[in-house]
Design a protein around this ligand. Structure first.
Ligand SMILES: Cc1cc2nc3c(=O)[nH]c(=O)nc-3n(C[C@H](O)[C@H](O)[C@H](O)COP(=O)(O)OP(=O)(O)OC[C@H]3O[C@@H](n4cnc5c(N)ncnc54)[C@H](O)[C@@H]3O)c2cc1C
Length: 355
């Protein structure tokens, strides 16, 4: 069986981002890479959005960038503007096409469907798949989004609505998210923060239909695209070894309080490629102890007081746009952290901190 220097298990966002980063930095001229991916075809399946707090390789896959965003509850709405760090959405279909077209030009890169097809005994393995099914009773961010198109111009294409809590909460945390790609096209998502066991929350089609009709006031529309997903808001325990480096969601690249992962994957890929020559001795990359700690306390509060979360999220955004963007993108300094923490209700956070 064929041997490889590097093996990437899972050719999704993290696997392909890493392969692309290796390729453009000419690390695969005399090294062989195997990508193990089970899917039969690549097509648009996700929309990755984030604040662009540093440069990445995929500007040409961006559907749209915005400088304005809002958050609202049933009582109030708050708008923020930021020119320095735009909010961007990436079309996964364009991303897969771009990366796969680049990788296909290098004969040192091969795709396989299963790890058993190669000899990986002496390879350095980058793994982006989970060892076993994750616990459904833990906290997840689960959602469904539809890209809708209307015949009239309805959306304000300059403003992203990040969180709209003006909806049925059902004793959990629930909000809608609207990304206007143009005046008549937008991705609308229903998002829940809850366990994954409760089937009663998964009537996503109906939730979207009601929201689009009642809140957005749109009666007629076509659905161009649907995405559905569940992001674990906990880090699964993994066996770490210097021969297997976990990447992507499986490698802890999700920010637990938000579900944002895409840009962390890009940062991790850059870190790996920069250190590829001594990768086996490398310190495991993580998003920072500070954020792990703060998110743990935050999620404890979220689990105990779901009814308070719309106001807590809303108040969190009552700071400068740069502060909140840097905080949510794991790039904040101590002063910015204090600024955010000061917006939180002291008593319940202290209680969550103690136990
Ligand atoms: C619908 C959706 C929307 C999201 N939107 C955002 C967003 O807006 N912003 C953001 O920052 N994050 C977002 N995320 C979170 C995160 O960025 C994505 O989940 C991202 O795709 C994670 O990359 P990954 O490589 O870890 O996992 P994936 O992209 O899922 O890649 C894993 C790959 O492994 C393959 N695979 C699985 N099992 C096997 C196996 N046994 N053998 C071989 N191959 C296997 C899969 O087919 C897949 O291609 C979203 C997630 C989802 C599901």
């Amino acid at each position: 069986m064929k041997e490889f220097d590097y093996v990437i298990i899972g050719g999704g966002c993290a696997g392909l981002s890493l392969a692309y980063e290796l390729e453009i930095n000419e690390k695969l001229k005399d090294k062989k890479l195997a990508i193990i991916e089970k899917r039969i075809e690549y097509k648009r399946d996700k929309t990755w959005s984030f604040w662009k707090v540093f440069n990445h390789n995929f500007d040409d896959c961006v559907i749209k960038s915005w400088n304005n965003f809002t958050i609202n509850t049933s009582e109030a709405s708050h708008e923020l503007t930021n020119k320095k760090f735009p909010y961007q959405s990436i079309d996964s279909g364009k991303f897969y096409k771009k990366v796969n077209s680049k990788l296909s030009k290098n004969s040192n890169i091969s795709f396989f469907k299963d790890l058993s097809e190669i000899n990986s005994e002496n390879s350095i393995i980058f793994n982006s798949i989970y060892e076993k099914e994750l616990d459904k009773s833990e906290l997840w961010q689960h959602f469904q989004g539809i890209e809708i198109e209307t015949s009239n111009n309805i959306f304000d294409e300059k403003i992203v609505n990040l969180m709209d809590f003006n909806c049925d909460q059902r004793n959990e945390v629930h909000f809608f998210y609207t990304l206007p790609f143009s005046k008549n096209k937008a991705l609308v998502e229903t998002t829940w923060l809850s366990n994954l066991k409760d089937q009663s929350l998964k009537d996503y089609d109906l939730q979207l239909e009601n929201y689009i009709k009642k809140n957005l006031g749109i009666k007629n529309y076509n659905i161009n695209f649907t995405e559905k997903g569940a992001i674990p808001l906990f880090y699964p325990l993994f066996k770490n070894s210097n021969k297997v480096i976990n990447i992507g969601s499986a490698g802890g690249m999700t920010r637990l309080s938000t579900g944002y992962t895409f840009l962390n994957i890009q940062e991790h890929s850059k870190y790996i490629v920069k250190n590829i020559e001594n990768i086996e001795k490398l310190k495991i990359f993580n998003l920072g102890k500070k954020y792990r700690f703060l998110d743990k306390v935050f999620l404890r509060v979220l689990k105990r007081y779901p009814d308070k979360m719309p106001k807590i999220f809303f108040d969190m955004f009552k700071t400068s746009s740069t502060t909140i963007i840097k905080f949510l993108s794991n790039k904040s300094n101590t002063i910015e952290d204090i600024n955010i923490i000061s917006k939180m209700p002291k008593f319940i956070f202290l209680k969550a901190l103690v136990n």
